[in-house]
Ligand binder design. Structure first.
Ligand SMILES: [Fe+2]
Length: 373
């Protein structure tokens, strides 16, 4: 029981449902944002603090994806959110998210991720105060474990480590003044109701939200020379109809040993047939010694060159190649997609946009010597 949905515009930061030339812009240039600030001059909960970086496709046709940032300083109070447009993969970067869902409770700390599927009502409380994070939304399909191929039965993210909530009933007696905010075709709508959306006594089946601790990822990499394709760091994938490319992969760059000999060990320079949106949960990413900070982001679009910055190149080309640890105490991640992302005006004109990002590569020396045998 609820009253009719009405437009809700309080928290819209570039949220759209169709990523076309009318609503968004495009650029192939490398983009970077310094940490997205959590404001303290007005109250923002998870819904009102949601801003859209960009995406591709059309929610109405159930094709594409969107990338969002959330910055919140207030728990959701007697209101729930539901996304009619797709499934959400939420990456908290600062502060835990105490999430009430129709299926029960999920407590997610930074370095954990949460997946909440299409249509599920949920409410986000902030037990640690202000919170920030990243959201990947897919308009079709669901996140699943990648095919392991020759890896076999075990490795990467193991099924046993995914946790689903236990049913928890919230008594609806005297529960007046609830509202449900519904993201539908890229717009937000709100409906009032006088009962808790979380008055669900039990559930069964496997269409349920879950969380996963990234520290439990069993990392695989080269133990001889060269690099394994970084797709081996895929935690979850939302497959497309084309094998080898995905609507979206959720990929992490976890702490691990690096032992490859005769190898430039940082992530190599490349162009990609997919789009790469990256975020940093904590620490320092192995390919950037400045500028890419926890709570910030970068976007390297399809076929645009990118790779380690000049300082990383200088370090990696002069160090002695002994076995060592890489990226201890850090956690970077990537939303990688076969789609070309269009960008919202909110993202392109954001005060945290780093317009000097291209400078990260300008001082890399040419070291090839054609006279060296
Ligand atoms: Fe890349």
């Amino acid at each position: 029981m609820h009253r009719p949905f009405e437009p809700y515009n309080a928290g819209k930061h570039g949220i759209v449902g169709t990523f076309d030339a009318r609503t968004t812009e495009s650029t192939p240039t490398q983009l970077r944002w310094l940490p997205f600030p959590i404001v303290d001059d007005k109250e923002l909960d998870f819904i009102d603090g949601l801003g859209t970086i960009g995406g591709a496709g059309d929610t109405a046709l159930k094709s594409g994806l969107a990338v969002h940032i959330f910055t919140a300083n207030k728990s959701m109070d007697r209101r729930a959110f539901c996304d009619s447009d797709g499934d959400l993969l939420i990456v908290p970067q600062q502060g835990r998210l105490d999430i009430t869902t129709e299926f029960g409770m999920i407590m997610a700390a930074p370095n954990e991720i949460v997946v909440i599927q299409r249509g599920m009502r949920f409410s986000v409380a902030l037990p640690d105060g202000p919170s920030r994070g990243y959201v990947l939304e897919v308009y079709d399909g669901h996140f699943e474990l990648p095919d392991l191929g020759p890896i076999g039965a075990n490795g990467l993210a193991n099924p046993r480590d995914f946790q689903t909530p236990i049913a928890k009933y919230e008594n609806s007696a005297n529960a007046e003044g609830w509202s449900v905010v519904n993201k539908y075709q890229g717009d937000l709508f709100v409906a009032r109701q006088d009962h808790s959306p979380f008055d669900v006594v039990a559930w069964h089946g496997n269409y349920a939200p879950y969380k996963y601790d990234l520290a439990k990822f069993s990392v695989i990499g080269s133990v001889s020379f060269d690099h394994v394709d970084p797709s081996v760091f895929t935690v979850l994938t939302c497959k497309s109809a084309h094998p080898g490319t995905a609507v979206a992969d959720f990929v992490i760059f976890p702490p691990r040993y690096e032992v490859q000999m005769h190898t430039f060990r940082p992530p190599y320079f490349h162009r990609n047939c997919m789009s790469e949106f990256m975020g940093l949960i904590r620490g320092q990413y192995e390919a950037k010694q400045g500028g890419f900070l926890p709570g910030g982001a970068s976007l390297h679009s399809m076929m645009t060159p990118h790779g380690p910055d000049a300082k990383t190149v200088a370090t990696a080309t002069t160090r002695e190649l002994q076995p060592g640890r890489v990226a201890d105490g850090t956690q970077a991640f990537m939303f990688e997609s076969m789609f070309q992302l269009r960008l919202t005006k909110w993202a392109l004109e954001h005060q945290q946009r780093d317009h000097d990002y291209y400078m990260a590569w300008q001082t890399i020396p040419i070291t090839f010597n054609p006279n060296q045998l």
